[in-house]
Design a protein around this ligand. Sequence first.
Ligand code: GLN
Length: 453
Amino acid sequence: LSSVELTQLYLDRIKQLDGNYNSYITVTEELALEQAKAADDRRAAGNASALTGIPLAHKDLFCTEGVKTTCGSKILDNFVAPYESTVTRNFKEAGSVMLGKTNMDEFAMGSSNENSYYGVVKNPWDTQAIPGGSSGGSAACVAARLAAGATGTDTGGSIRQPASHCGITGLKPTYGRVSRYGMIAYASSLDQAGPMTQTAEDAALMLNVMAGFDHRDSTCLDHEVPDYSANLNDSLEGLTVGLPKEYFSTGLDSEVEQRVRDAVAEYEKLGAKIKEVSLPNLELSIPSYYVIAPAEASSNLSRFDGARFGHRCENPEDLMDMYKRSRSEGFGEEVKRRILVGTYALSAGYYDAYYKKAQKIRRLIRDDFMNAFEQCDIIMGPNAPTSAFNIGEKSDDPVAMYLSDIYTLSVNLAGLPGMSVPAGMANGRPVGLQMIGRHFDESRLLNAAHRFQ
Ligand code: GLN
């Protein structure tokens, strides 16, 4: 099969099926076929790499030169990126094909993909259900076979949770492993890009392309990049799996818990030792995250002022009026809520009470993980308290939505790598097992995931 044929197959499927799921915001048909043709030539010339000619989709917060990049927002509805993000440039250089840009919660704020200006995404397993968020479009398009793999980003769970709800594999790398250059920033100290795929093997291939130092992102770390495909088949004999007792307490759906316990039992059969560990400050990750993330967001989103790019209101009376109306018209409800919370938390007089305290809790959470990793090599648990809920079920209750992030947020606060691997069905909908590793231990996560699959 040539890349042109393969790409055409995916494009046809998108045309036929994506009306049901709404997983793409933009389909770049012409560009995809051009890239596929170039990939076929490159293969014929003998200088192809593993992902040359493979059709992928990118979350619509990666800037892609010459292609509309909306971040799920009305404020960027007319924005054609003038430059390429490092992640998408790496895929271009590897010869991968871009099928299009995927739907997402506006500015990556959300857990259900109901906050997109471009409409809700539906879960391919059950179109009544949310696909998870904020990388819901990426998860849905991979689950529905509308792309061979996709990029996502994870600030507090946005790769792992939608991967879990859509029955696919998703990996959030260590903070600093993948360059954030050209990713539209949500919360810069937490944001990290990663692969969303059918299998751990595919995730390894994508991470091989994504990972590495980039001088254009000052938080990107110059740490050796291993071949992530090399150790997938290693034995798990002697691996110590830690189960944090706080991950199995009240609020966890019993079927979800059962699937996670079944998965852990499989690991025992594969030679792993199971140990109970504790993350005593887990509960504080929600208040800490929901101060830090909005604080950073309120600062990052100040650039959307109607002056240089993006939506501008009609006939502004003066500069203030332009700022006010452009932002009021361009941002959705959830984004406005976060800007207000974040601005409040950073204001004079409140900074010490909220932001500084949240940063101290962040340190405690990181230390909890460091202590747990003295006793185990890998942590396992659920990604979310329930399998995918119904569209509309939590959309007018932001706090209920925030609470459902309990198992994922702490991993970002600690900068650790985390992964979701399909682990069966709970209440008729897919559910994933979450695995958390030490800093830069992505290879071990991929190895464990691959042996399970
Ligand atoms: N649900 C979380 C939030 O709304 C996480 C989102 C993300 O990881 N981008 O902030």
